[in-house]
Ligand binder design. Structure first.
Ligand code: BES
Ligand code: ZN
Length: 624
């Protein structure tokens, strides 16, 4: 990592090779001071002065993998305010002006998770803060891809991932989910490339590589996003469409053909879509998440291009965030379940509306099994992280990204739905979203709202709200999920385990979810020989469905079914989606294949985004 340089040393280094602008700024001094975080333990921003609007002017330079930019912030200061505080991570600050006048500033000592606080002296009349800066080599939000790491292999690519606290590595910002601002931007990129942001977007390339963006709805900084590459657009409906590299565009448009139906289903449930257009971009395979709900433009992994539309619940999830998360936002990362639990609930409701209850109950059943397994593991290692309300102070908020906020959150909401009935629950949720739009929510405020607007005392006690939110583990009133289709899957698997012969006929019309349930239910006692028989009958190793591959790696690695290893390797080298990487590397370690895991990781690591790299470095005890 490029280490933090105390101000004077940084200036001395700048002085070795000054640019004209730097020469002019040489008189500027910075100091290093101690700084406290504000009410959000993951941000140095304080209530005394807050940002309101960002005017961002940037140039994206692929040669030296750097963004040079001016972040011009409109701010609002409280009476008596003396400073405004920003968050930065490995940014090189060239100069800062307050209402046009150059000013000195102070930085806090570097913290591994938080980066640095940037303290700028202001008067309480101050209106504009202009920060000239460039990104560093360790900009954790940015992934700069060489042409070979893209689908088409002829242009480089850049994408950002700001959630949870990485926006500060490409924009000096008040990087707390509780602080919202509008923005506009002018971005210059190489002229054969398209730039897209979480804002109004171009549909085709400009001649000069300059693009203008506007985001008139206020967003928190974790929703700032940028993507640059050889990208094309195809419309799906008047207000939805898909962006992808040319070779993936047709497949992407096919896969997401139901986008408009999903938006309509969502609107019918919980009120109008508030963001104008809803588009989706299919990113290169190193994108560390399945999807990211950047407003107006969901970022998605190409691993959901299954060819049969079977993995589109991920799109329903990111779309649902347009209400849960983007409209009503968790106040801090300790309240993360308010974003994700509500979104998983809403996702299931969209899937039910578009594809039917039988389908959404298969999804719910997979979710339930995954939750129980994850919670059992976590109770041994990190029991406190099985509470819905987290305590992440002093930790990386990324530690809170587990099944708990997602799936325990989902079942908590489902339990309330089942307790009060769907009609009352839907009315409640609709009012919740509409009544708190563009606002933040804490867990405590939510509980108060729940008591006032939904649950009677008896219902509150029956649901056991406090236990769900503040205690570890999964309460024993976890809702049950019935899936007849999965019961049939259980029978086919049981018959194979008993007889040794794989039924082909019974599985002919199975969907991805039935196969996932089948693979996930394979008992630990299975042998490599039995796995070979299954593989022969059902061709799991050869599957092009990423979910099926990742699921299949579990029993096969555990039983040392060697025929799967070449696939494991090619998968891990080409895909950077953390949800697949973590269990697969864990399975290798669990099967005492440490050396194989490390050999593969050595090849794969350069392809991974910093977010995935950090997790795998920890898991594999990797030292650079
Ligand atoms: N907002 C998350 C991704 C995220 C969470 C990034 C926390 C960084 C920190 C996104 O909506 C998400 O949940 N993605 C899931 C999708 C899935 C649950 C359908 C993913 O990436 O797997
Ligand atoms: Zn989510």
């Amino acid at each position: 990592m490029k280490s933090f340089l105390p101000g004077l040393l940084a200036l001395a280094m700048v002085a070795c090779n000054p640019t004209p602008q730097e020469k002019q700024e040489k008189s500027m001094t910075t100091t290093e001071v101690a700084m406290e975080t504000g009410s959000d333990p993951h941000s140095y921003a304080k209530a005394e002065a807050k940002v309101k609007h960002l005017n961002w002017k940037a140039e994206v330079n692929f040669e030296n993998k750097e963004i040079q930019a001016l972040a011009q912030w409109d701010i609002e200061a409280q009476a008596g305010a003396k400073y405004i505080f920003f968050d930065i991570y490995d940014l090189e600050i060239d100069s800062i002006l307050v209402d046009g006048a150059k000013t000195d500033f102070a930085l806090s000592t570097f913290d591994d998770h938080l980066g640095q606080g940037l303290r700028i002296p202001i008067s309480d009349k101050a209106k504009k803060v202009s920060i000239y800066y460039s990104t560093g080599d360790d900009a954790r939000a940015l992934q700069w891809l060489d042409a070979e790491q893209t689908a088409d292999k002829n242009h480089p690519f850049l994408f950002t991932q700001s959630q949870a606290i990485l926006a500060r590595s490409w924009v000096p910002t008040q990087d707390s989910p509780g602080i919202r601002f509008t923005y506009n931007a002018e971005v210059k990129v190489p002229s054969d490339m398209l730039a897209l942001m979480s804002a109004s977007n171009p549909m085709e390339k400009s001649d000069d590589g300059v693009y203008h963006f506007e985001m008139p709805q206020a967003i928190p900084s974790y929703l700032l996003a940028l993507s640059v590459g050889n990208i094309e657009f195809e419309a799906i409906s008047d207000r939805t469409g898909v962006y992808a590299e040319p070779s993936l565009l047709e497949a992407s448009a096919y896969e997401f053909a139901d986008l408009e139906k999903m938006v309509q289903a969502a609107e019918e449930l919980y009120g109008p879509y508030a963001w104008g257009r809803y588009d989706l971009i299919v990113l290169p395979p190193s994108f560390p998440f399945g999807g990211m709900e950047n407003p107006r433009l969901t970022f998605a992994t190409p691993t959901i291009l299954a060819g049969d539309r079977s993995l589109v619940s991920l799109v329903a999830h990111e779309l649902a965030h347009s209400w849960s998360g983007n409209l009503v936002t968790n106040a801090t990362w300790d309240d993360f379940w308010l974003n994700e639990g509500f979104t998983v609930y809403f996702e299931h409701r969209i899937m039910e509306a578009v594809y039917g209850r039988e389908y959404s109950e298969m999804l719910a059943s997979l979710t339930r099994a995954g939750l129980q397994e994850a919670a059992a593991d976590m109770l041994k290692e990190v029991p406190n992280d099985t509470k819905l309300k987290l305590d992440l102070e002093g930790r990386n908020p990324d530690d809170g990204v587990t099944s708990i906020p997602y799936d325990k959150g989902y079942f908590f909401l489902r339990l309330m739905e089942e307790t009060v009935g769907r009609e009352r629950f839907d009315e409640f949720l609709k009012n919740y979203f509409q009544g708190h739009k563009f606002q933040v929510m804490t867990t405590e405020e939510f509980i108060t709202y729940l008591k006032t607007n939904l649950l009677s005392e008896e219902e509150y006690a029956a649901v056991r709200v406090d236990e769900w939110i503040y205690e570890t583990g999964i309460p024993d009133n976890l809702p049950a999920v019935e899936s007849d289709r999965f019961t049939k899957v259980d029978e086919v698997l049981a018959s194979f385990m008993n007889s040794g012969s794989a039924d082909i006929k019974a599985t002919q019309n199975w969907t991805t979810h039935e196969w996932l349930h089948f693979i996930n239910s394979i008992p630990d006692s299975i042998t490599a020989e039995q796995l070979a028989k299954l593989d022969e009958a059902y061709a799991f190793t050869a599957s092009n469905n990423s979910e099926i591959s990742a699921a299949w790696f579990q029993p096969t690695i555990a039983a040392n079914y060697e025929a799967v290893y070449p696939k494991v390797e090619s998968f891990l080298v080409s895909v950077g989606r953390r949800k697949f990487l973590t269990p697969t590397y864990k399975a290798l370690l669990g099967a005492k294949q440490d050396q194989l895991a490390r050999d593969i990781y050595k090849k794969a690591r350069p392809n991974y985004h910093a977010v995935s790299r950090e997790t795998m470095d920890d898991l594999l005890k990797w030292e650079e």
